[in-house]
Ligand binder design. Structure first.
Ligand SMILES: [Zn+2]
Length: 276
């Protein structure tokens, strides 16, 4: 379990990507949130990935106002079911003040759980919807960089703000997203010495005013956590480990990175001040 730090040494952190509606949190969410708070993570954005998951994320946010917020969107894995009725439900969810981003949406050609043309259509419609709803985008992309860029570029100057969530790419990919005005969300991927070479070479050029940090829990347990917790479940209390590792590769102190990332999340998602 993440070790609590003494009072006053805990930086204020926001986990912008927490899949807290995942079944692995069903039995102990209150404990998970308590541990997170002890580690400085007192505000979290719960990721919505389908209509049901987005509704569930909003339900959770309503139970924990000031601590949890939600996103509403259709993940590329389930994009095949996207239709006018889906969009109407999303549009309504996005009107709720606790729903602070449109997504998780994007393209995933790694798994290809939905046909690629369906993925592109659902993604393009959600980009439009984000703009019409005045909400930033919460973006997912895997093995689909060129098509993903093309859909975002089609928007031209009306592209909403957003975050390339769980960014794992190299310097060129990052530069393309920064050019579009996007924020970059960094997860525990940065802690994985087996596969983080590209990402580690990109983050020295990541400006402090564009960085966000996230756990993507229960996935992506930072590999540098030793020993790993039983069941290897990731949780928001692990976020300081992401900050520590990312700061080392960005060449800044963890404190400087933490305050920048927190400020960026507050502004991008319009979050209220941390609870006391
Ligand atoms: Zn994702």
């Amino acid at each position: 379990m993440p070790a609590p730090l003494p009072d006053g040494e805990v930086p204020d952190l926001i986990d912008v990507g927490a899949n807290l509606t995942h079944e692995s949190f069903r039995d102990d969410l209150a404990d998970v949130l308590r541990r997170a708070a002890r580690c400085g993570v007192r505000r979290l954005v719960v990721t919505g990935t389908s209509l049901d998951a987005s509704r569930a994320a909003l339900d959770l946010a309503m139970v924990h106002p000031g601590t949890l917020w939600a996103t509403a969107g259709i993940h590329p894995h389930v994009a095949a079911g996207y239709d006018d009725a889906t969009e109407e439900v999303l549009r309504n969810l996005l009107r709720h003040p606790l729903v602070v981003a449109a997504g998780e949406c994007g393209l995933d050609y790694h798994r290809d759980y939905s046909p690629r043309d369906a993925q592109r259509a659902a993604f393009a419609r959600q980009v439009e919807l984000a703009g019409a709803s005045g909400r930033p985008l919460f973006l997912h992309q895997r093995d689909a960089h060129q098509d993903f860029l093309a859909i975002l570029r089609e928007q031209g100057s009306s592209l909403p703000a957003g975050v390339a969530h769980c960014f794992t790419g190299g310097p060129q990919e990052m530069e393309a997203y920064l050019d579009l005005g996007l924020h970059i969300g960094i997860t525990g991927w940065i802690c994985d010495e087996r596969r983080a070479a590209d990402l580690r070479s990109a983050v020295p050029a990541l400006p402090l005013d564009r960085v966000l940090v996230e756990t993507d829990c229960p996935y992506l347990l930072p590999r540098s956590i030793r020993p790993p917790p039983p069941g290897r479940r990731n949780e928001p209390g692990m976020l300081p480990e992401v900050v520590r590792m990312l700061a080392a590769y960005m060449g800044v102190s963890p404190e400087v990175l933490a305050s920048a990332a927190t400020r960026n999340a507050e502004v991008l998602f319009g979050l209220s001040a941390a609870p006391h």
